[in-house]
Ligand binder design. Structure first.
Ligand SMILES: O=C(O)CCC(=O)C(=O)O
Ligand SMILES: [Fe+2]
Length: 324
């Protein structure tokens, strides 16, 4: 059974996936996904197995990173090119709101934030750009460990998502083969404080993620909102202890032939003086060479294929051109 946030976003307990007991039935979680994700492509999750201590540590590491001087942060600068997408990006590198022209919810924002992207050590294209160890001791070790913890969790969520589509065994295998975790992106983000914000002022423009799905950790300073597709308005993703938000991205929308929508989301400032905000998105993405297309069984059921097949790497590069 799901509970709901004050704004009506469903919150699903996934502990039967994460307890590690293989005899547990994953079906119940898959059924909850199938019931609650089709409306807006977003849910809150509890029972994810990431402890509160771990989360506290992650936010404290994030804050220490952004508290460094600009000169120190620039010791791990993001490349001027799109690739490798890793290391430190100062304000103004991205304009995610630019990608949103199709759904009438255009939302002006200058993406008033700085961020740092961490990748798999085995990713040879988007390879990591690390700060020298002495600049922030322990940063590399912590974030690398956290990256793989989130990968383990994501692997289980992906399994339940595939199960929720009633995929054949062959289809399930094919989708899992698209994903090794080595292209995932752990992003630490810091939104600057704003004095005298008008309510609803943009901190991050409305966009969908290009991922399979995204896990979102945020601090107690709210601002994350998902579009309610029935009304076109936005629902606040209220910060709640132990709740991680999760949204479907463009790739799983395509795999599901549109059964799951890619969630349109944004970050806004509260009215008045708005403090710093920290968040940690984890983007679960296919491998670059992965060909993404609707499951044949869903196409059969729906009577048509809503999406053409795309190679993830090509899709991603075309999207990057839009938001730079
Ligand atoms: O900061 C957040 O809560 C959301 C970040 C986000 O949507 C993104 O970076 O794609
Ligand atoms: Fe996003």
């Amino acid at each position: 059974m799901a509970s709901f946030t004050p704004s009506g976003i469903p919150v699903i307990d996934i502990s039967s996936l994460t307890k590690g007991d293989r005899s547990h039935n994953h079906r119940a979680v898959a059924d909850q996904f199938a019931r609650h994700l089709p409306s807006n492509g977003c849910i809150g999750i509890t029972g994810h197995g990431i402890s509160l201590e771990r989360l506290k540590e992650a936010f404290s590491v994030t804050k220490s990173l952004f508290d460094l001087s600009y000169e120190d942060k620039m010791k791990a600068p993001h490349a001027t090119a799109i690739v490798p997408h890793s290391g430190y990006s100062s304000v103004g590198k991205e304009h995610l709101g630019n990608q949103d022209s199709k759904n009438g919810a255009k939302f002006e924002a200058s993406d008033y934030k700085e961020s740092y992207d961490i990748r798999s050590e085995e990713n040879k294209i988007d390879y990591n750009i690390w700060l020298p160890e002495e600049v922030l001791p322990g940063f590399r070790a912590f974030t690398t460990k956290f990256f793989w913890e989130l990968h383990q969790l994501s692997d289980k969520i992906l399994g339940a998502l595939i199960l929720s589509l009633e995929a054949t065994e062959e289809e399930a295998k094919a989708v899992k083969a698209l994903y090794t975790g080595h292209e995932n992106d752990l992003r630490l983000a810091h939104y600057f404080p704003i004095e005298d914000a008008e309510k609803g002022r943009g901190r991050l423009g409305a966009h969908t993620d290009w991922s399979i799905f995204t896990l979102l950790f945020q601090d107690e300073n709210s601002g994350l909102e998902f579009q309610d597709r029935r009304t076109g308005g936005f629902l606040e993703a209220t910060p709640q202890e132990g709740v991680i938000y999760m949204n479907i991205g463009d790739m799983f929308m395509r795999i599901s032939n549109g059964f799951y929508p890619s969630a349109l989301h944004r970050v806004v400032a509260n009215e008045g003086a708005t403090p710093d905000r920290y968040s940690i998105p984890y983007f679960v993405v296919p491998d670059r060479e992965g060909v993404i297309e609707p499951l044949p069984s869903r196409v059969k059921e729906d009577g048509k294929s809503v999406y053409e097949s795309v190679k993830y790497g090509e899709y991603m590069m075309s999207m990057w051109e839009k938001v730079r």
